[in-house]
Write a protein that binds this ligand. Sequence first.
Ligand code: S3P
Length: 172
Amino acid sequence: MKLVLVGFMGSGKSTVGPLISQEFSLPFLDLDDLIVEKTGLSIPQIFDRLGETGFRELERETLIDLLRSDREFVLSTGGGAPAYRDNMDIINRYATSIFLYAGFSTLYGRICGDSNRPLASLGRERLKELYRMRLPFYRKAHLTVNTEGKDPYEITREVVSLLTGGRGKANR
Ligand code: S3P
């Protein structure tokens, strides 16, 4: 099984992802971490040296290689990945996708001033616009969980329930 978590920056993909992976005894992978490993550069360094488009191409290539492999995993994707070229369609072709929804104000409170997220410094209005532009891509996900007011364990339980039709842990 391949599970891919999508959602805006701060939606909890990297927090909830490891919990979901434990439930299904699958490895947890983080697309940003894989790009950092591959290049030996931090995400801000990649943005500085290659620009956002350079980062997006690296992100897409890493994502597609993984999706086309015969590996099974729970993957957390960066907030911009689903909105670049046809990445979201490719995710949906090879994996089960899960959108972790949260409202903009909640997300903004979590990400503003985060120096490891180059786009977090855009300012509230531009970030809000980015959020609006990306929502239609996230909404293409197979499953959606509204994470507002829920802790990571509740969100994980919901994801597991959606994936197993309420039967609890997956029989694998
Ligand atoms: C980005 C989100 C980040 C990271 C990069 C760009 C975005 O990942 O990929 O800083 O465009 O939203 P997170 O969603 O894990 O913060």
